[in-house]
Ligand binder design. Sequence first.
Ligand SMILES: NC(=O)c1ccc[n+]([C@@H]2O[C@H](COP(=O)([O-])OP(=O)(O)OC[C@H]3O[C@@H](n4cnc5c(N)ncnc54)[C@H](OP(=O)(O)O)[C@@H]3O)[C@@H](O)[C@H]2O)c1
Length: 272
Amino acid sequence: MTNTLVLGGTGKSGRRVAARLRELGRSVRIGSRSGASRFDWDDDATWPGALAGVDSAYISYYPDISFPGAADRVGAFARAAVNHGVQRMVLLSGRGEPDAEPAEAAVREAGAEWTVLRSAWFMQNFSEHFLLGPVLDGVIALPAGDVTEPFLDLDDLAEVAVATLTRDEHTSATFELTGPRLLSFADAAAELSRATGREVSYVAVTPEQYAAGAVAAGIPVEEVTPLTELIVRVLDGHNAHLTGDVERVLGPRARDFTDYASAAAATGVWAR
Ligand SMILES: NC(=O)c1ccc[n+]([C@@H]2O[C@H](COP(=O)([O-])OP(=O)(O)OC[C@H]3O[C@@H](n4cnc5c(N)ncnc54)[C@H](OP(=O)(O)O)[C@@H]3O)[C@@H](O)[C@H]2O)c1
């Protein structure tokens, strides 16, 4: 299998997956609205061109695998992919997210080899996503109480994705990918304070307070309610344990938050 379509290939996980596949000498096609081969989740007419000549696919759905409509779109794509000859699909999903399960089932049932990667919260949410602004402002406000979460480094996720795309022993498997350590958001804020040299604090807020802040911060209004509900559901304590699945696939210990924070600080992302 040498020709892989990477959906969301310009995004946080996809560009890491694409880079690693290229390092292995694999042929990669970036599937996104700005990719060389235009792919739009909302325009099925763009799918055949993106799928032509492809034999495997990494699927990261946008905006979120747990949002309403995701299972319909991901399922339609998976079936189209099989019709175009795709033999293996790896789906990025969310850990402990019941609303993601219909999309996972659609990929499993499409007729190709499959692997589902249920990821914990990305560490890179603090540097490349919706928590970058709060870190720069010095206050991370979330409806998460004092729950702990095993944040995952996207470089580990990408390595697992590439292993499952390129090796035969990981098909028909659902992995729950966690980092090596449970941290509360107050712990994460303390790590970020050390890495940035500036005070970053965590404030537990209610879901209503979070939603109001998200609207004020410019998160698209239609995404605020599902995002708030998702955060509350994922961070209710049921995900507060480690699985060891990263180590099961990659062998060595997963990357730690302290190393992530110092590497991200060195890029200058928080030096504003
Ligand atoms: N954040 C977390 O902690 C977390 C944890 C577990 C799972 N997840 C899952 O991760 C997935 C997102 O993956 P990611 O964070 O790697 O992606 P991302 O960084 O959010 O990047 C979005 C990608 O999707 C593309 N895109 C945006 N709109 C599109 C459209 N209409 N059609 C086609 N492509 C589109 C973008 O490229 P263009 O702009 O060029 O189109 C970009 O490549 C979600 O499904 C989420 O549920 C996230």
